[in-house]
Structures are given as C-alpha cells and as structure tokens.
Design a protein around this ligand. Structure first.
Ligand code: AMP
Ligand code: TRP
Length: 329
C-alpha cells in the first residue's frame, strides 16, 4: 500500500499559531516522506455563516501560507477542495453509509449548532465530507491536531463499514497526532483552544501574519496561573503549561516539562516564548508578502493541484460508485 498523507485546513479565518504548530508545520516536515495531498477545505467553510468575498480571500491567503511555510508544489499536491468534484461525489456515497446516530454524537456539531433553528444542514454532514476528503486518496495517515480525533474515528468507521458492505474499496486511515503543542490554547483563556474563529484582534490568538511587536505584546500579556513556580501541569497551571508547549514546539524540543526547569520566573519564560515565536513566524510573514506579489504563481499552483488531485481521487470514487450499485454490472 502506498504511504499517503492527507490533511486539510478550513479557510474560515486567518490562520493561527495553533494551525501552524498543530498542522501546517507538520505538513511541511512530512512532504518528502510519502505521497502527500494538502487541501484548503473551502467547502467546509460554507457550513457556518460566511461572506463570499471574504471566503475567496481567505482561501487565497491560506494557499499562500501553505507555500510560504515551505510546502513545495513540486513535491506534494496542494489543492482547493472545491476544485475537485471527487470530494462531493464521494461525500454523498458516504452519507448513504453513515448513520444519524453517529453524527448526533459529534462534539463539534453539538457545540456549534445542534438545536439551533438556523444551523446549516452542511454543519451536520461536515464530518462525512471530511471522511470523503480523506478516503478519496486512499490515505494511510492524517496529521491533525487533537480536536479532530473524533472526526477521524468516524472516517475510519465509514471506511470499514463500506468495505464490509460493498467490498474492499477504501484504505482505513490512521491519525498521526502531534507530540507537542497538539492543542495550542488561547493565551487569554488557556482552557479553550486557540481558534481562528476568534475576533480578529483577540488578545489570546496569535495570527501567523501578526507583526513581531503584536506577537510580543500578546505573549507578554498572556494570562498565567496563581503562584510563581514554572511547572508543566495542565490541571493546575494551564497558562504556563501552554506557554511551555509553545516554546518546546518552536524550539523543536519534545520535552516541555524539562524546559520548565530552566525558568525561575514567569517573566523570563514569556520573554523566551515571545522571541521563539517571532523567530518562527517572521520568515513566514516575509515569504508570504513576497508570494502575495506573485498571484500568478499561486493560481498556477492551484490549477496544477486540482488536476493532479482529481487524477488521484477519481479511480477510488469510480470504484466506490460501482461497488455501491451505481452504473452497469
Ligand atoms: P481548523 O482551524 O479547525 O481548520 O484546523 C486546521 C488544523 O489545525 C487541524 O489539523 C487542527 O487540528 C489544527 N489546529 C487548529 N487549531 C489548533 C490549536 N489551537 N492547536 C493545535 N492544532 C490546531
Ligand atoms: N475538519 C478539519 C478541521 O476543522 C479540517 C479538515 C477538513 C480535514 N477535511 C479534512 C482535516 C480531512 C484532515 C483531513 O480542522
């Protein structure tokens, strides 16, 4: 079986440090190891209230950030979800495999939409489209942050059920979780995930394109915990633990608890976190500005990506259609 890695980011807001450490940076580091497809999941951005012009802009900014972070379109496939009909086509077949009981259990749906009269139907079926994204490419591994675990379990369940019912069409994917910073928390509320849907200037959210000054200010003002000891302790010191996780991830170290021992004060820790984050994000921001000046390159990347992605996905979708009873015997 060809080792295949697939992951996606929804262009529903401006990307955050959480997106970078939990997802994008990991995409860059695995691109040479396997066949890789990385997707800007714009269809998923239609599941909640959206502005069409803004969505277009955010999708473009997200592709630019993929390239600026170091994804190489000569090495991996970079694709916008809406450019590849295979995703929606397969999604319907998987809707006919999934049960409402399963979708009712999805935490994200429960939190964001269940029981509200104006929740879009697509928010309910979102995990099925996500499963289609993954299964269409015969994906073996999905690098995602911790928050996507339940959705990935569903993709696995649907693949297994479809295969059992109609024949071995899909590969059952594995999640590859991050070792550190799997869940970067909000700097102002370290019990909540840092999210790109927060208001743009929210003090607890670091955006990938924030200037060094803004980054420093946000980190220096991060809420800390009662006491003054620097310890890695999610339960009792969520603020400090979050800063340690961010520092470890930015320094490429795997042991945030060991890092804690180097610090006597919260102030010293914050200073180092701020400089480490600036060192990681500053080159990214500069590269992004260069790329923004070359929209033709960004567009050509998307056109080529769409063609390659459709070619990769089409045989699997055709086989799934045939197996489920569509087409001729
Ligand atoms: P989303 O922002 O929900 O489109 O997520 C895109 C990718 O970034 C997924 O792999 C998420 O798991 C990851 N991600 C989003 N927010 C965070 C966070 N605060 N910490 C770690 N990973 C994150
Ligand atoms: N649902 C994911 C998120 O919110 C984004 C996503 C869409 C995705 N399709 C995917 C992630 C397929 C991995 C694989 O983060």
């Amino acid at each position: 079986m060809t080792r295949t890695i697939f992951s996606a980011i929804v262009p529903s807001g401006r990307l955050t440090l959480g997106n970078y450490l939990g997802a994008l940076r990991r995409f860059v580091s695995v691109q040479h190891e396997a066949r890789c497809v990385f997707c800007i999941a714009d269809l998923h951005a239609l599941t909640t209230d959206h502005d069409p012009r803004r969505l277009c802009q955010l999708a473009e900014e997200t592709v630019t950030l993929f390239l600026a972070a170091g994804l190489d379109p000569g090495v991996c496939v970079i694709v916008r979800q809406s450019d590849v009909p295979a995703h929606t086509e397969l999604s319907y077949l998987l809707e006919c495999t999934a049960y409402t009981g399963e979708l009712n259990r999805m935490i994200q749906f429960k939190e964001k939409g269940r029981g509200r009269p104006k929740t879009r139907v697509s928010l309910y079926t979102y995990p099925v489209l996500m499963a289609a994204d993954i299964l269409a490419y015969r994906t073996t591994e999905v690098p995602v942050g911790d928050d996507q675990r339940q959705h990935l379990e569903l993709a696995r369940d649907l693949a297994l059920r479809f295969n059992r019912s109609y024949g071995e069409i899909f590969v059952v994917p594995e999640m590859s979780p991050a070792i550190v910073a799997a869940r970067v928390m909000d700097l102002q509320d370290p019990t909540a995930k840092m999210s790109k849907s927060a208001p743009y200037d929210a003090a607890g959210t670091i955006r990938l394109l924030d200037s060094p000054d803004v980054i420093r200010r946000k980190i220096m003002r991060a809420v800390t915990d009662p006491g003054s000891e620097v310890r890695h302790d999610v339960e009792n010191q969520p603020g400090i633990t979050n800063l340690l996780e961010i520092l470890a991830a930015c320094l490429d170290e795997n042991d945030p608890a060991a890092l804690a021992r180097r610090y006597q004060s919260y102030g010293a820790l914050k200073k180092d976190v701020a400089e480490a984050v600036v060192a990681v994000l500053d080159p990214l921001r500069k590269k992004c500005a260069d790329l923004a000046a070359d929209p033709a390159y960004v567009n050509a990347t998307l056109r080529a990506g769409a063609e390659r992605a459709q070619a990769l996905a089409a045989p699997t979708v055709a086989a799934a259609k045939q197996a489920i009873g569509l087409g001729t015997l």
